[in-house]
Design a protein around this ligand. Structure first.
Ligand SMILES: [Zn+2]
Length: 271
């Protein structure tokens, strides 16, 4: 036993000596994190949050990079729930979209960092983020356009019961999407304790006024209540606070205000 303890002790000492400069930096920055959080607690919650967000980012080394300037969101927010609908048949087309080869949310580094701040605030409120879509390759958008010109209406009842398929193009489906710029996200929140989605009174990608964040009332698939609206606006409030813009017709859609590639549309696949 004594011999075992001695070897553990010797091994620990050797490991410390072998610690390279990079690891040493990591240790230092963890210490810095603890110190800053402690100091900043006296200044109020917002300052603490910002401090944690900025310092924590220094410690993140994404395991693999999907494309220069882009990261896998899970590397920044490990508990995020990914449900990339265009990688499945559970979407308005009823088929998997071109360019989706994995259930992995990708964003620009800047958008992932901002989302991390929002995730931390939502977690303190008891919620975890669920992602429906993030970076979307141009080839998927081309697929949407091709689909909008076909006669297939298998998902009409669930996604566009009151609209003609022809009318979707222009209003809801376009040749270019902000998602292809890599700093736009479609999301909701789930209860941290149960993993259950928060009831927003309507589902992702429902084409109609019931998806407007401030809508309250009946629509063909049910009712959006005042409580549902409150949750939509709470999500909107947190996302805006962390640097994202919301839009008036989709409660789940947010774009980073200072997106790094405002005019560039990417086409590398999601894998
Ligand atoms: Zn969207």
């Amino acid at each position: 036993m004594k011999r075992l303890l001695l070897s553990v002790f010797v091994f620990s000492i050797l490991s410390l000596i072998a610690c390279n400069s990079c690891e040493a930096k990591g240790v230092k920055s963890k210490r810095k994190l603890a110190k800053r959080v402690k100091v900043d607690r006296t200044k109020g919650e917002t300052v603490v949050n910002d401090s944690v967000m900025v310092v924590a980012d220094d410690n993140i080394t994404p395991k693999d990079i999907p494309h220069e300037g882009f990261v896998y969101v899970k590397d920044y927010i490990p508990d995020i729930i990914e449900d990339l609908r265009y990688n499945t048949t559970n979407n308005f087309m009823g088929e998997r979209a071109d360019g989706y080869e994995a259930n992995r949310a990708i964003l620009t580094v800047e958008a992932a960092k901002a989302l991390k701040g929002a995730a931390e605030e939502l977690r303190r409120k008891g919620y975890v983020i669920k992602i429906y879509d993030a970076y979307r390759p141009q080839q998927a958008v081309n697929h949407f356009v091709r689909w909008s010109q076909s006669s297939d209406e298998r998902m009409k009842a669930e996604y566009y019961p009151t609209l003609t398929k022809k009318s979707l193009f222009g209003g809801y489906i376009a040749r270019k999407s902000g998602h292809s710029r890599g700093s736009t996200i479609d999301m909701t929140i789930c209860h941290l304790a149960t993993g259950q989605e928060v009831d927003m009174g309507g589902h992702f990608d429902f084409f109609g006024t019931a998806s407007h964040p401030s809508f309250v009332g009946n629509y063909p698939l049910g009712t959006v209540t005042a409580e549902n609206k409150k949750m939509r606006l709470m999500l909107q409030h947190v996302m805006r606070k962390h640097g994202f813009n919301s839009i008036k017709n989709e409660w789940w859609h947010f774009t980073l205000r200072n997106e790094p590639y405002p005019r560039k549309f990417f086409n590398f696949p999601v894998k």
